[in-house]
Design a protein. Sequence first.
Length: 85
Amino acid sequence: MVERGSGLSLTALLVGALTVGSAPIFVRLSELEPSATAFYRLLLALPVLFLWSETGVARRPRRRPRPGEAVLLVLAGLFFAGDLA
């Protein structure tokens, strides 16, 4: 069964995948070193993440992640850190 609004979710997923996939091209074209480029990528994302977080504009009730979800979140962070390194 297809949920309502899944088209928007799929579009956001594809845009995110294309953006993350094209990042190495822009790192190579950058005049900065790759570590400095990674730092500024994260620094410039902070305002967007702040607005998206529960302490920003989009406040939602906080829910603790289930143990399986917590492991996946940690793995995702480790893989992203490895990608930036």
